[in-house]
Write a protein that binds this ligand. Structure first.
Ligand code: PBG
Length: 327
């Protein structure tokens, strides 16, 4: 048969297939989330996130060592304080839980990039991401506490801060306070397009940060919208963001594609707790091949245009990249 074009020619051997891959990724683009909890000698598995743990500051370096051994040298920290209050003052306490974790990790692993999530929801008694005025999260009052929190993370030694609260103007407020205090080289990874998503469910159990009333729809984005995501990214760029983020990842690949087309800054995607928990649960039920689904899901996020991936599978993905199963 006369057939000039045979795309299958380039699929004949694993070597050729790997040569013509259009999507390349490396472990240097992976970030592992870690949960620091107040207390001593704690390594407790998180029920909603199998394989993820709460770590007290005296043990969290074990988790970092595991990451480094797997080839992952970037972590993003979340904190569970001993006490919460109305304004979330634990978030910017000099000896707060994230501040302690940052210090001990940077002391033991100076070459590990420590990123901190900047938000109030783990620290407020009501679980909302800012300061309440009646039942509404007051944007401008929240900016002050977010800025203080980001500064305290930088003072503790954080390499990068990542505001996830979705208040208007927070990137600008954080950039200003960091610059005024001499932290001109601490980059801001902005959770620019963060949607009001049910995929955060397992995280809220893990972080004890579910809102005690209402939901987050007056500050996080409506999942119906994509032009608004571009607008949010645009504002963050103007306010001085160094990296943009889309979150969640898998149900928002179109948002990643559009952000990639429009912006030249690095784009991170956060494959969130619900995405991880669904794969874990389906695998535990014997319904899917966990390893291959993990690989294919991550790969699709990079193919959409993400440069950086925050994922609870960071260690396993680094291994898969090293073996050449992806990447
Ligand atoms: C804090 C924050 C959340 C996540 C990251 N930062 C929870 C939320 O917004 O409710 C979710 C991460 C995940 O689900 O893995 N605001």
């Amino acid at each position: 048969m006369e057939l000039l074009n045979r795309p299958r020619r380039l699929r004949t051997t694993p070597e050729i297939r790997s040569m013509v891959r259009e999507t390349r990724m490396s472990p240097s683009s992976l970030i592992q989330p870690l949960f620091a909890i107040e207390g001593e000698n704690i390594k407790h598995e998180i029920p909603s996130l199998p394989g993820q743990y709460h770590w007290s500051p005296d043990r969290i370096c074990e988790a970092v060592q595991e990451c480094v051994d797997a080839g992952v040298d970037k972590v993003i920290l979340f904190g569970l304080p001993a006490e919460k209050d109305e304004v979330g003052s634990g978030a910017w306490a000099e000896n707060g839980i994230v501040q302690q974790a940052v210090r001990v990790i940077k002391k033991n692993f100076p070459n590990v990039t420590v990123i901190t999530d900047v938000c109030m929801c783990e620290y407020t008694s009501h679980g909302h991401c800012g300061i309440l005025c009646d039942h509404y999260v007051d944007n401008d009052k929240t900016l002050e506490v977010l800025a203080k929190t980001a500064l305290s993370h930088a003072q503790a030694g954080a390499d990068m801060v990542a505001p996830s609260d979705m208040m208007d103007g927070r990137v600008g407020a954080i950039r200003k306070i960091l610059d005024d205090n001499g932290y001109i080289n601490v980059p801001i990874m902005a959770y620019s397009a963060k949607y009001a998503s049910a995929f955060y469910g397992p995280f809220r159990d893990a972080a004890g940060s579910a809102p005690s009333f209402g939901d987050r729809r007056s500050y996080q984005m409506d999942p119906h919208n994509v032009r608004e995501a571009i607008y949010e990214c645009e504002l963050d760029v103007r306010e001085g963001a160094d990296l943009l983020m889309v979150k969640p990842a898998l149900s928002y690949l179109d948002v990643i594609v559009k952000a990639r087309q429009r912006f030249d800054l690095p784009i991170a995607a956060y494959s969130v707790s619900g995405e991880y928990a669904m794969i874990k649960a389906a695998a535990a039920a014997g319904l899917i091949d966990e390893y291959r689904i993990m690989c294919e899901s991550a790969l699709s996020i990079y193919r959409a245009g993400a440069d950086i991936l925050i994922t609870y599978y960071a260690k396993e993905l680094a291994e898969a990249m090293r073996k050449g199963d992806i990447g």
